[in-house]
Design a protein around this ligand. Structure first.
Ligand code: NAD
Length: 405
C-alpha cells in the first residue's frame, strides 16, 4: 500500500501552501453570484453564526520555533448526498472533527450537525465559497455537489449550472488559494462509441447525456488547470455506488440499491432497466477508501483522472444472487417496446472498466465483490426494517397506556 504518514503527506501540502497566491480574481458565474449575493450573504451569516470557524491552527511551536505539521483542513461540498456523509465521517476520524467542514444547500440532520462543522454552501456562488475557504483556512476540497444522470436529464439547464459552473468555481478557487481539489467523474463521461468492455482510462469519449457532457468537461478543464496553473486536481470515474444507509441521488444505477429495499419489504421489484444491462458497480465503503487513498496520496499522480471499479453485473445476475438468500424474491422488467428513459443512458455506458492504472499508481483495490456486497446490503436493510418494526410495535404497545396516563 502506498499510503504514507499524515505528517509527511501534510508536509508536501504545506510546501504548496507557502507558494505566493495568484492575484487572479477571475470569477465564473459572475451573474449568478451577483444576483444571489444578498440572499447568499444572509444565508452564509446565519450558518456561520450557527457554526463559527475555530481559532487558527497552530503552525509553530513557540518554545522551539520548529514548524509543527498540522492536519489538512478539508471542505466537502454536497456532503448530505449518498456519498458525502460517509466520506465526512471517515475524514473526521482521520483528521479530527474540526478539520473537516461539511457543506450543502439542504438542512443537515441533527446528528450530522453535532458531529462537526456544517455550513451552507451553494457551489454556484463563488464569493460564498471563497469566504468559506478563507474563514476556515481550507487546504483541500472534495467536491461532491452535482446533479446525477437521471435528474440531470430531466433538468439539463440546472445540471449545466450545478455540474459545470460549480466545478469551475471550485477549480478557480483551487488555483487562487492553492487548494488540492478532488472531484469525482463517472462512467457516464464515456459514451455509446466508447469500447464497452474493459474500458481503459484513455479512449473515445463522446457522451450523449447532459451528465456525461458536464463531467467530461470537468475532467478536461481540471487537466488544463493542472497543466497550465499547477492545480493539484484529482479525479476518479466512479461506477454505480451501492449503499444501505444513504439513499441514492437519482442516478441510472439506483436500481441496484432500490432492489434490496423492495426484496426485503415486499419480495418483488419492478426493475426500470432490462435484465441484461451490465454496468460496473462498487460498495460505498470501497468508494470511500479509494477516494481517501487517492485524495491523501502525498504527491500529484501521473494522471489527473483514473477509472476505479469493483465488479460488473446485470439486473438478472443481481436478482439471482439475492434469490440465494431470499428464494421467494421475484423481479420484473420493462416491456422492451416501451423502455424507461434510463435504459438509453445505461446503454451508452461501459459494461466494465479497466482500472489497472489506479491499482498501479495509488494502490486501488476493492474489498467487496458482488456476493459479499449482496449479503451485506441484505443484512443492513433487514436490520433497518427490524428496527422500524420494533419502534412501530412499541408505539402500539405504549399508545393506550400513554393515553390512559
Ligand atoms: P447526490 O445526488 O446524492 O448528492 C449531491 C449533493 O449535492 C446533494 O446533497 C445536493 O443537495 C447537493 N447540491 C445540489 N445542488 C447544489 C448546489 N447548488 N450547491 C451545493 N450543493 C448542491 O450525489 P452523490 O451520489 O453523493 O454523488 C457525489 C459525487 O459522486 C457526484 O459528483 C457524482 O457525480 C459522483 N458519482 C456518484 C455516483 C453514485 O453512484 N452515487 C456514481 C458516479 C459518480
Amino acid at each position: 500500500m502506498l499510503r504514507t504518514t499524515t505528517a509527511s503527506m501534510w508536509a508536501s501540502s504545506a510546501r504548496i501552501l507557502r507558494q505566493p497566491l495568484s492575484s487572479s480574481t477571475t470569477r465564473f458565474s459572475r451573474t449568478a453570484a451577483v444576483s444571489s449575493l444578498s440572499a447568499s450573504t444572509r444565508l452564509f451569516s446565519i450558518s456561520a453564526a450557527a457554526s463559527s470557524p475555530p481559532p487558527p491552527p497552530q503552525h509553530y511551536n513557540s518554545t522551539t520555533s520548529a514548524a509543527v505539521p498540522r492536519h489538512p483542513r478539508v471542505l466537502v461540498t454536497g456532503s448530505l448526498g449518498q456519498l458525502g456523509s460517509g466520506l465526512v465521517k471517515e475524514l473526521r476520524s482521520m483528521y479530527g472533527n474540526e478539520n473537516v467542514v461539511a457543506s450543502d444547500i439542504r438542512k443537515a440532520p441533527e446528528e450530522f450537525m453535532a458531529s462537526g462543522p456544517f455550513v451552507y454552501a451553494d457551489v454556484m456562488n463563488y464569493s460564498m465559497l471563497e469566504r468559506i475557504v478563507v474563514d476556515w483556512r481550507i487546504d483541500w476540497v472534495v467536491h461532491y455537489s452535482a446533479l446525477l444522470s437521471a435528474v440531470a436529464e430531466k433538468n439539463p439547464a440546472l445540471a449545466l449550472s450545478v455540474n459545470m459552473t460549480g466545478f469551475q468555481n471550485m477549480l478557480e478557487l483551487a488555483k487562487v488559494h492553492r487548494l488540492r481539489l478532488y472531484s469525482p467523474s463517472t462512467i457516464g463521461a464515456f459514451g455509446p462509441s466508447t469500447p464497452k468492455n474493459n474500458t481503459p482510462d484513455l479512449t473515445i469519449m463522446r457522451p450523449n447525456t447532459i451528465y456525461g457532457i458536464t463531467k467530461l468537461h470537468n475532467e478536461l478543464l481540471g487537466e488544463y488547470y493542472r497543466e497550465k496553473f499547477g492545480v493539484d486536481f484529482r479525479s476518479a470515474r466512479y461506477p454505480g455506488i451501492l449503499s444501505a444507509d444513504t439513499p441514492p441521488g437519482g442516478g441510472t444505477t439506483d436500481y441496484a440499491v432500490d432492489i434490496f429495499h423492495h426484496a426485503i419489504r415486499t419480495g418483488h421489484y419492478d426493475c426500470f432497466l432490462s435484465k441484461d444491462t451490465r454496468l460496473p458497480m462498487m460498495y460505498l465503503s470501497d468508494c470511500i477508501k479509494g477516494t481517501v487513498d487517492h485524495l491523501t496520496y502525498p504527491t500529484p499522480l501521473p494522471q489527473s483522472v483514473y477509472n476505479i471499479a469493483a465488479c460488473s453485473f446485470t439486473p438478472a445476475e443481481l436478482a439471482a444472487e439475492i434469490q440465494k438468500h431470499l428464494p421467494h424474491f421475484t423481479i420484473s422488467y420493462p416491456d422492451p417496446s416501451r423502455p424507461d428513459f434510463r435504459q438509453a443512458i445505461a446503454d451508452s455506458w461501459p459494461a466494465s472498466l479497466d482500472d489497472s492504472m489506479a491499482r498501479r499508481d495509488f494502490g486501488w483495490k476493492e474489498e467487496f465483490g458482488m456476493e459479499r456486497m449482496v449479503k451485506l446490503m441484505l443484512d443492513k436493510i433487514q436490520a433497518q426494517v427490524d428496527a422500524e418494526k420494533k419502534v412501530a410495535s412499541s408505539a402500539v404497545t405504549n399508545g393506550p397506556a400513554a393515553m390512559a396516563a
